[in-house]
Design a protein around this ligand. Structure first.
Ligand SMILES: [Zn+2]
Length: 296
């Protein structure tokens, strides 16, 4: 499933193709893409719009038009774009085609059909996105304290917390595992139990794993493609994701797989120690606590 590095890679490739161009003809053949709105109606509204900039927030691709309107695209599981200057081959999974005013086509394909296209009016755009998506983890102004604020008081496992798009924008199952491995944090650790140093390590882990993904143009496990049809290469550099039984590159321990928040989760049992159970920690602290009480 495309996460921040994949969507950012698509954005970087689509920007030079789309910016300054007019959507001359738009064909949306799958009503699921625009529901509950009529695809014919949305296509009609899009025709004639000139692209100002191709933007991204979290996993949303945002095509901003000069009119101030924006087309919000979410690729979900299997959405991808293909740009072609010389026609399109048949594709049973194609859901939409945009003909640009330079004669080239941008096709949207989606095997599982969970992706969405949503056309928003100028005054709706920021509020819609802000409600669903937290801070951009790769933004210049993003700091560890912003992550700490979001994790504070949350009893959920840290992995579940960072999968929440309002905690950190754009992190999904792959980069959550990668970030936790880099930070040496067990995915089941309650978010609120992380100390300041661990939060800092997680902050760095999130940014490093996302940057590594972008450097290799995202990861292709199945359907993800760049807009020129190529595959990403980040999957060849995963530290833990999908690597069950392979040795941890830091310590050699075989990578283990568990389920957290219903998602397959890979981690190193040696580098990422499970937090000490409540009972054990309270019994080991008891003598110290009672001595403090008696001295007080
Ligand atoms: Zn290890």
């Amino acid at each position: 499933m495309p996460e921040l590095p994949e969507v950012e890679t698509v954005r970087r490739r689509l920007a030079p193709v789309l910016e300054g161009r007019v959507f001359e003809r738009v064909e949306i053949t799958d009503p699921r893409l625009t529901r509950p709105l009529d695809p014919l109606e949305v296509a009609g509204e899009l025709e004639g719009e000139r692209v100002a900039v191709v933007d991204r927030r979290g996993k949303y691709l945002i095509v901003r038009f000069e009119s101030g309107r924006a087309l919000l695209v979410h690729l979900r599981m299997t959405g991808s774009f293909l740009h072609s200057a010389n026609g399109l081959a048949d594709d049973a999974h194609r859901r939409a085609v945009v003909r640009l005013d330079d004669g080239s086509d941008v096709a949207y394909r989606d095997v599982r059909r969970f992706g969405t296209w949503l056309l928003l009016e100028p005054e709706e755009v920021e509020a819609y996105v802000d409600e669903r998506v937290g801070r951009e983890p790769l933004a210049e102004a993003y700091r560890a304290k912003h992550l700490a604020e979001k994790l504070n008081g949350r009893r959920a496992p840290v992995k579940a917390a960072i999968l929440d798009q309002r905690t950190v924008a754009g992190v999904g199952n792959i980069y959550a595992d990668e970030a936790l491995w880099r930070a040496r944090i067990h995915p089941l650790t309650p978010a609120a139990a992380l100390g300041p140093e661990e939060v800092k390590a997680l902050y760095r882990g999130v940014r490093e794993s996302l940057r590594a993904g972008i450097r290799r143009q995202g990861s292709t496990l199945r359907d993800y493609r760049l807009p020129n049809g190529e595959e990403g290469g980040a999957q060849h550099e995963f530290k833990v994701y999908g690597r069950g039984g392979e040795p941890c590159e830091r310590c050699g321990t075989p990578i283990d797989k568990i389920r957290v928040a219903g998602r397959g989760t890979w981690y190193c049992p040696t580098c990422q120690r499970r937090p000490v159970a409540q009972a054990a920690s309270s019994s080991s602290r008891r003598p110290a606590r009672s001595s403090r009480h008696s001295s007080a």
